[in-house]
Design a binder for this molecule. Structure first.
Ligand code: HEC
Ligand code: HEC
Ligand code: HEC
Ligand code: HEC
Ligand code: HEC
Ligand code: HEC
Ligand code: HEC
Ligand code: HEC
Ligand code: HEC
Ligand code: HEC
Ligand code: HEC
Ligand code: HEC
Length: 285
């Protein structure tokens, strides 16, 4: 990059010298003073103000005249192409730079339309891999549909309602990852109340049971991944003589259900699969 820029500066200097020579040739008695970058502000207000406020490297690494070589009427076109100085990365091969870098005088202020994906991938690759390897409705969305400002991370609750009242926007990532939202996993400190909105019956039984399972968290048994169901033996080994277990092969034949052991009335029967959560309307942004 440096060498490209140095070369550019040399070329620009040369062009300007030629411009000045032409000026002298056309009007022999014109004043000798040439236009400098300090003069521009006398006639142009916005570019100098934009550069002063948010010029970034276009303020510190280049001057007005490094980009604008010469001036009308002597030089017809003094507007540079980005490719004059930026050419050595895949990103610099994109079409129409000013689609995102709208104002060259504020190069780091980037405006994104809501349909951009390919261009993001030239700098961020893991996300597209996750999205494609775990197909979900998010895979069909453009990156900038969610990241509408570069670098901004949206809240899930911008577009979705929480499953229940006890859940806030900070809780979503406990179970979901944005780029693979249907793969539900959770850590061992996830509170029972996070499961309750969708599993009313299991939660009700478990919260009221008089057995020692009351003190065991949902996620201690249903470990790490949603829909994982443990065997009793994974925690209890072989609690009874083998001869007995040979006759009664299922622990539940004597102990009923894990959520309320030894409870035999109909309330303890496993719940029918919970109704798939009602599809929440996606809020418009
Ligand atoms: C004396 C007033 C004056 C000064 C000083 C001046 N400009 Fe201009 N500039 C103009 C005017 C007037 C136009 C519009 C010319 C036209 O449309 O034909 C213009 C147009 C431009 C354009 C647009 C060219 C285009 O093709 O659209 C650029 C870029 C520009 N100036 C840059 C500069 C820079 C950089 C400086 C300082 C080095 C500068 N100007 C100094 C008066 C000035
Ligand atoms: C990194 C290169 C770069 C630098 C540095 C730069 N410009 Fe520009 N400038 C451009 C480009 C590219 C355009 C054309 C923008 C467009 O087509 O929308 C432009 C457009 C302009 C225009 C015409 C359109 C307008 O916004 O009024 C003026 C005037 C101008 N620049 C003045 C300046 C001045 C004065 C400075 C220094 C304070 C400066 N520029 C610094 C690249 C640069
Ligand atoms: C005259 C040379 C020149 C031109 C023309 C030019 N740039 Fe730059 N630009 C630089 C230099 C030098 C840097 C600092 C080194 C780097 O980041 O590559 C820079 C940095 C940038 C940066 C990073 C800014 C920062 O603060 O880190 C962006 C974005 C950028 N340019 C976009 C553009 C776009 C878009 C255009 C065309 C509209 C353009 N540039 C035209 C020379 C130029
Ligand atoms: C789809 C939007 C988009 C387009 C089109 C685009 N850029 Fe960028 N550009 C970005 C984003 C986003 C960044 C990252 C900004 C950051 O680092 O915060 C960036 C960063 C840069 C940088 C900073 C240095 C770097 O490489 O990381 C330069 C220079 C740059 N772009 C130049 C260009 C040029 C030249 C073009 C056209 C050939 C272009 N950009 C087209 C979005 C875009
Ligand atoms: C020219 C390279 C470039 C392009 C193009 C680019 N980014 Fe970035 N992006 C960066 C850099 C550099 C950072 C800041 C460093 C970091 O956190 O990785 C960043 C940061 C981010 C962040 C914040 C990361 C965090 O950990 O907080 C998000 C989100 C993001 N970009 C999304 C996008 C999206 C969406 C697009 C396409 C619209 C895009 N980027 C295009 C270079 C780029
Ligand atoms: C449905 C909205 C959505 C879409 C679509 C989306 N993201 Fe994200 N992205 C997020 C959220 C939310 C986060 C915060 C991390 C999380 O919750 O998993 C994030 C995090 C990121 C980060 C920070 C690092 C990381 O991986 O956590 C980057 C970079 C990023 N996204 C880039 C992209 C790119 C590139 C695309 C397109 C290929 C994309 N995102 C598509 C919502 C989205
Ligand atoms: C900018 C809006 C937006 C953001 C932010 C967003 N989503 Fe989505 N999400 C959508 C849209 C649109 C759909 C598809 C809805 C449909 O078609 O019914 C969707 C679908 C989903 C689905 C169903 C996926 C499937 O394939 O069935 C889940 C789960 C989901 N989102 C979770 C999340 C989580 C968790 C977050 C935060 C990490 C999040 N979303 C952030 C817009 C968003
Ligand atoms: C305790 C884990 C957990 C937490 C916390 C959680 N979810 Fe979910 N979410 C799930 C499970 C499990 C499903 C899938 C149910 C199924 O298989 O149908 C789901 C499905 C979804 C869906 C798709 C179905 C629907 O309701 O439209 C969306 C959208 C969603 N979650 C958004 C969120 C948001 C937003 C948050 C944070 C406010 C959040 N989730 C917090 C476990 C969780
Ligand atoms: C967004 C609603 C939602 C949340 C939150 C949720 N689940 Fe589920 N869960 C479901 C749905 C829907 C099913 C039924 C899926 C089916 O029948 O295929 C289910 C099924 C299950 C199953 C039964 C699997 C089987 O094979 O019978 C277990 C165990 C389970 N969930 C445990 C949990 C635990 C533990 C939590 C809290 C960490 C939780 N769920 C949070 C919606 C949810
Ligand atoms: C994740 C581990 C785990 C799983 C899986 C598990 N348990 Fe337990 N169980 C425990 C713990 C911990 C206790 C309390 C032990 C103590 O305090 O002495 C317990 C206690 C018990 C007790 C004694 C209850 C009481 O109140 O005295 C019985 C009976 C029992 N479990 C049966 C089962 C059966 C049957 C299953 C399968 C349906 C099962 N357990 C699955 C961890 C587990
Ligand atoms: C001690 C371990 C243990 C605890 C604690 C536990 N479960 Fe279970 N769960 C099981 C076992 C084992 C099964 C399979 C049925 C059986 O054998 O009892 C099951 C079945 C389920 C099912 C499917 C059958 C049904 O009843 O709908 C769901 C849903 C479920 N559990 C959710 C939960 C939730 C939510 C919690 C916390 C409120 C929880 N579980 C606490 C061990 C446990
Ligand atoms: C034939 C009936 C029967 C079967 C089948 C059965 N149990 Fe039991 N289990 C009992 C009885 C009776 C007790 C003693 C109950 C009490 O003290 O309240 C008991 C007690 C227990 C205890 C508590 C032991 C203690 O020290 O407090 C555990 C744990 C247990 N059983 C686990 C299991 C597991 C795991 C299975 C399946 C592999 C199983 N049981 C199968 C009848 C059975």
């Amino acid at each position: 990059m440096k060498s490209t820029v140095t070369l550019m500066k040399t070329l620009i200097m040369a062009a300007m010298l030629m411009g000045t020579t032409a000026l002298v040739a056309v009007a022999a008695d014109a004043p000798k003073s040439a236009l400098t970058s300090n003069d521009c502000v006398k006639c142009h207000t916005n570019p100098p103000a934009d550069i002063a406020a948010n010029g970034g490297a276009h303020k510190t690494a280049v001057s007005c005249q490094d980009c604008h070589a010469g001036h009308r009427p002597m030089v017809k076109n003094n507007v540079p192409l980005c490719s004059q100085c930026h050419s050595d990365k895949p990103h610099y091969k994109l079409a129409n730079c000013q689609r995102c870098h709208n104002n060259p005088h504020t190069p780091k202020i980037i405006k994104l339309a809501n349909n951009i994906t390919e261009e993001c991938v030239s700098c961020h690759s893991p996300q597209i891999v996750q999205l494609k390897q775990n197909p979900s409705k998010h895979t069909k969305l453009a990156c900038s549909f969610c990241h509408n400002i570069h670098g901004k991370i949206p809240l899930c609750t911008q577009c979705h309602k929480p499953h229940g009242n006890e859940m806030g926007s900070a809780d979503c990532k406990r179970c979901h990852k944005a780029h693979m939202p249907t793969v539900v996993t959770y850590a061992s400190d996830t509170a029972n109340k996070m499961c309750a909105p969708c599993h009313a019956k299991a939660s009700e039984l478990h919260s009221k049971t008089a057995t020692k399972h009351k003190a065991v968290a949902c996620v201690t048994c249903h470990k790490d991944k949603h829909k994982m169901v443990p065997t009793c033996q994974s925690c209890h080994g072989a609690p009874h003589p083998a001869s007995m277990l040979a006759r009664f092969t299922k622990c539940g034949e004597c102990h009923s259900i894990a959520h309320d052991l030894n409870r035999w009335d109909s309330a303890a029967k496993p719940a029918a699969a919970p109704a798939a959560p009602a599809k929440k309307a996606v809020k418009k942004k």
